[in-house]
Each structure stands twice: as structure tokens, then as C-alpha cells.
Design a binder for this molecule. Structure first.
Ligand code: FES
Ligand code: FES
Length: 163
């Protein structure tokens, strides 16, 4: 007879709202967001911390949610791509991605957006090379990367990083 794993209570602020749930100790943050909370904007692919599509922010810092335990986010602030827009207006990064045609299939886009937000929050006047370096862990199969870097540069040049 298989035993059910003991559940662990967690209280996590997700996109500005505190959610209280009980999760398995092995629950991964990406599954918690997607399956428990229905926030399917965060994608999952390699599950090995190499492609960047699952990137979310924990206390403002980018993490690969495919290898981050939900219990480790207990008491912390998590931002997923759904938290970028206020529901009416796009975040400046989202706007710039559209304007620069920095996405095609869009699968990698949530990860790039979150990684870019972390960069601009910490380094508002970021240089081209820093953007390239910062995004090198995120894989895109469609765009060739240049439009993505251009989009981030555009937001940095506009000084609209806090939105
Ligand atoms: S799915 Fe997490 S890094 Fe690829
Ligand atoms: S837009 Fe398709 S993988 Fe990046």
C-alpha cells in the first residue's frame, strides 16, 4: 500500500496576492504556479535549468522554477509573467517585445521577459553587452536573439523600467 506524502503548508506572495496552500515537499515552483494556481504563462521545457523558459522572480531575483522547490518560496515574493501587466496595459518590456518583433512562437518569451525585468530593475542604464551576457542562459529557437536584445535596450533607453 502506497503512503501519501505529508503535505507542507506554504504561504507565498504571488504577483501581489498571498496564497496559502499545502504542497508535497518535492513540489516544484513551476508546477505550483501552473497546476495549483493556474498561472500557465510560465513555461517548462528542459526541466534541467538550462533553457530559461521557466524563469520567474523570487524576491526580485530570477530563478529557474523547474528546479526550485515550492517550499523554498515559503514566506517569499514570487513574480511570474502574469504579474508584469496590470491586466489593462502591457508592461513596457512586453510592449517593446511586440514592437521589435522579439517573439515568434512565443514559447521562450515569458522567460526572457522575467530575466530582462530582473536586469533592468537592478541595472536601469544597462549596456548592450550586459544585456547579451545576462540573457545568454535563455534559449530561443525562433528570433535570432537580436530583436530581443533591441527590445530590452529600447526600454532601458526610455527609462521605463519601474512599471
Ligand atoms: S525548463 Fe527550467 S530551465 Fe528549462
Ligand atoms: S520565439 Fe519561439 S522559441 Fe523564442
Amino acid at each position: 500500500m502506497s503512503r501519501q506524502p505529508e503535505l507542507v503548508p506554504v504561504s507565498i506572495e504571488v504577483n501581489g496576492t498571498v496564497v496559502d496552500r499545502s504542497v508535497e515537499p518535492r513540489s516544484l515552483l513551476v508546477d505550483f504556479l501552473r497546476d495549483d494556481l493556474g498561472l500557465t504563462g510560465t513555461k517548462v521545457s528542459c526541466e534541467l535549468q538550462v533553457c530559461g523558459v521557466c524563469t520567474v522572480l523570487v524576491e526580485g531575483r530570477p530563478v529557474s522554477s523547474c528546479t526550485y522547490l515550492t517550499v523554498d518560496a515559503d514566506g517569499l515574493r514570487v513574480t511570474s509573467v502574469e504579474g508584469l501587466s496590470d491586466g489593462k496595459t502591457l508592461h513596457p518590456l512586453q510592449e517593446a517585445f511586440v514592437d521589435c518583433q522579439a517573439l515568434q512562437c512565443g514559447f521562450c518569451t515569458p522567460g526572457f521577459l522575467m530575466m530582462s525585468k530582473a536586469l533592468l530593475d537592478s541595472t536601469p542604464e544597462v549596456e548592450h553587452e550586459e544585456i547579451v551576457d545576462h540573457l545568454e542562459g535563455n534559449i530561443c529557437r525562433c528570433t535570432g536573439y537580436q530583436p530581443i536584445v533591441e527590445a530590452v535596450e529600447r526600454v532601458a533607453a526610455q527609462g521605463r523600467v519601474d512599471s
